[in-house]
Design a protein around this ligand. Structure first.
Ligand SMILES: C[S@@+](CC[C@H](N)C(=O)[O-])C[C@H]1O[C@@H](n2cnc3c(N)ncnc32)[C@H](O)[C@@H]1O
Length: 273
């Protein structure tokens, strides 16, 4: 069989989170349906681009914290996205060249970019697997995961801007728990998750009205701080806790940061005891 690298599975007529996110970040790997969906969301929530950029900035800070301060050398990054600046392996290996990273995504367009994600340092390793967060057992059993990561040593499970794509019928708590239960003590979970906690009530009411009128369709579910905390029950939450993404260990002075409502994500790093 010819390996088409997933190209045959790309449906350009339907918006995909990875390509829409790429559009918001100013990338070129997106199609008309992604831009239309991205613009429809930006119309009711213009700060979505700021949200995407702040999410990416958090990813850098979190990997830096893990590699530099927590001594983590293994990363399981689920919901990789289309490669952009400062991918997980680049940040981790710039600090610790022996870092080993497995990327996971279910979007075939990310698969076509996998090569760009596999440019490891000689001392470290990277792998990419085409798999779905909704099937955590398949991720954990995958040969590339088992060959690249040592489950007797701490691993950082990265769930950056992905868990909000799991609606309650996808059993997100059980899914995240399944993955956490596979991690050895001393591992970490890193998560950002969409929220409407910082939105002003007028914007919330407007978005709800647009959804009811059929003019806006959200494929993600915002969750409250308590709902996000429930994913991490029993873990030790690293300071400053479950925080607005712009606030999590951000060296940028408060006066130069965007307002909380312009980056509608919570960010958290938690340690497996
Ligand atoms: C908003 S992007 C975030 C990319 C990257 N983690 C970051 O924060 O910059 C979400 C990514 O999750 C992927 N994704 C969404 N649902 C998924 C699922 N059920 N299984 C695997 N990947 C998924 C999308 O394809 C997309 O690449």
């Amino acid at each position: 069989m010819t390996d088409t690298g997933g190209l045959e599975r790309i449906d350009t007529s339907v918006a995909h989170p990875a390509r829409r996110y790429n559009y918001w970040l100013g990338g070129k790997d997106n199609f008309a349906a992604d831009r239309e969906s991205g613009d429809a969301i930006a119309k009711v929530y213009p700060a979505i681009r700021t949200t995407a950029l702040e999410n990416r900035a958090f990813l850098r800070r979190a990997v830096q914290y893990l590699a530099e301060e927590a001594g983590i050398r293994q990363f399981l990054d689920i919901g990789t996205g289309i490669p952009t600046a400062d991918n997980t392996h680049e940040v981790a290996q710039s600090i610790a060249p022996d870092s080993r990273i497995v990327y996971v995504d279910n979007d075939p367009i990310v698969l076509t970019h996998a090569r760009a994600l596999l440019s490891s340092t000689p001392q470290g390793a990277t792998a990419y697997i085409d798999a779905d967060l909704r099937d955590p057992a398949a991720i954990l059993a995958h040969d590339s995961v088992r060959q690249t990561l040592n489950f007797d040593e701490p691993i950082a499970l990265m769930l950056i801007a992905i868990v909000h794509f799991l609606f309650d019928e996808h059993h997100p708590r059980e899914t995240v728990r399944h993955l956490i239960d596979a991690l050895p003590p001393g591992s970490y979970v890193v998560m950002t998750h969409g929220t409407s906690d910082f939105a002003d009530p007028a914007l919330r009411a407007h978005v709800e009205a647009e959804i009811r009128a059929g003019r806006l369709r959200l494929d993600a579910v915002p969750r409250s701080k308590d709902e996000i905390a429930a994913f991490l029950e029993g873990l030790d939450i690293v300071e400053p806790g479950i925080a607005p993404v712009v606030e999590w260990r951000n060296p940028v002075p408060e006066s130069d940061r965007p307002p909380l409502a312009d980056a509608a994500l919570y960010a958290v790093v938690a340690r497996v005891p």
